[in-house]
Structure formats: C-alpha cells, structure tokens
Ligand binder design. Structure first.
Ligand SMILES: [Zn+2]
Length: 238
C-alpha cells in the first residue's frame, strides 16, 4: 500500500473544547509539519454551565481554523447523555473509515471525570477496532481501515494529574500559540480556570523530563519497534 506523504491524526472530543485543552499543543506541532488533522466533536456542549450550543460551535470553528484542521460534529445523544453503546461506536467507526487516520486520539478512560469523556474514550477505542473489520454490514459504504496507534489525552485534573503519561511531547515552542488556541473557547474560561490547569500540568510534566512545557499521551497498547536503538530517549526521572 502507498503511504501518504503526511499522516492523518483523528482527534476526538466529547465537548467542543476537549481536544484543544487535552492535546492542542501536540496538534499545533503536527500542524506545523504538515500532518493532516481531523477533529471530531461529539456534542455541541449545550449542557455546560456557560455558552450556548451556537457559541460553542463557533469557538470550535475558530480553534480548528487556527490549527488548520478539518472539523466535524456528530450527535451521539447530546452533551451529558453520551453512552458507550454499540451503535454509537459504529457511528464513529464510519467516520474513522471516511477520515482514514493513522493516529487516533481520545480522552483518557479514568472514571473520576465527566462521564462523557469516559464514554468517548471507550467508543473511540472500539470504533477504531471495528473500522478494520471487513464484514460489518452497517459500515459497508466505506472500505475497511486499520489505524496505526490509539493514544489518550488528559482533560481533567483528577486521576491523571500526578501520574506521568507514556509519551511526553515537547510543546515549549508552541506554548504561546497553544494558550491562544485554548482562549478560542472563551465561554469555558468564565467559571474555572481550565486554561491555567492545562498550562500547569504541561509545566509539571515538562519539568519531569527537562523541558519547559510538555503535553502527554497514554498509549492504549505497548509501542512496537524492531530496533530499540531507534526509540527516542526516556524522561530522566530521578
Ligand atoms: Zn469535556
């Protein structure tokens, strides 16, 4: 099979701000090198304390523009009502087949956070798996597709704040732009300082590996290499 010149990252959030807050710095780095970025938002954030659905969709559109990313919304039952059902996984699997990404990103699945994040994490993992099964009749409109990697990103402070992720990505040089990217979601900055939370986490994780700022990814499966000497250096945590 011919490999595309640039890879595609498929980043999925339950709510309009999830992707930019959880892995926006990582996506900015990828956008700079020409990686195609496709963001799927699985609700319009209409159940949040601040911001109407219209405002939040507009904020997502502004952020996607800054990233140079493709953006689409999907209705899986509404904000606060997303359930990890087989049908919802098939709906996302259909998008996976259309977008045909190599790398898939979704929120972490730890239970101590917004239940929509947990549901989306499990749905995207299952959808990535089902996208490659050739015999699923409800997905037959698009050719089966096999992704290369599924990683999770942290959104909330709860379980993941202290624990180091499997992969740390140096986002020091896009730090200022990442703050601007998160500020696209103005309605979400009104009640709690989500932006400062993400920046603090990136600073703490950066300090753990000798960088100014780092965003992290958790790998769903072991990373595979044929040459251990080709692997990047590990964090020097003493
Ligand atoms: Zn969220």
């Amino acid at each position: 099979m011919i490999q595309p010149a640039h890879k595609t990252i498929f980043a999925v959030g339950a709510h309009p701000d999830d992707v930019e807050f959880g892995c926006g710095g990582i996506l900015l780095k990828e956008a700079e090198k020409g990686t195609r970025i496709h963001i799927l938002v699985c609700s319009k954030g209409e159940s949040g304390t601040n911001g109407s659905a219209e405002e939040r969709v507009a904020e997502s559109e502004e952020a996607a523009k800054m990233l140079g990313a493709e953006l689409r919304f999907i209705d899986l039952g509404g904000d606060g009502k997303i359930e990890a059902t087989k049908n919802n996984a098939l709906l996302i699997a259909q998008v996976v087949r259309e977008v045909r990404p190599q790398i898939v990103l979704a929120p972490t699945d730890s239970s101590n956070q917004h239940p929509d994040h947990v549901a989306i994490s499990n749905l995207v993992r299952d959808a990535s798996r089902m996208a490659r099964y050739g015999g699923i009749d409800t997905l037959a409109a698009h050719e089966a597709h096999e992704i290369e990697a599924f990683y999770q990103f942290a959104i909330t402070p709860s379980a993941e704040f202290g624990a180091l992720p499997d992969i740390l990505v140096d986002i020091s040089d896009v730090h200022d732009k990442w703050l601007k990217l998160m500020q696209c979601h103005q309605t979400q900055l009104q009640t709690r300082n989500y932006l400062e939370l993400q920046e603090s986490r990136a600073r703490v994780w950066g300090l753990q590996c000798g960088l100014e700022f780092a965003q992290g990814l958790y790998s769903n499966d072991p990373l595979v290499t044929s040459e251990v000497s080709d692997l990047p250096p590990t964090a020097r945590v003493f």
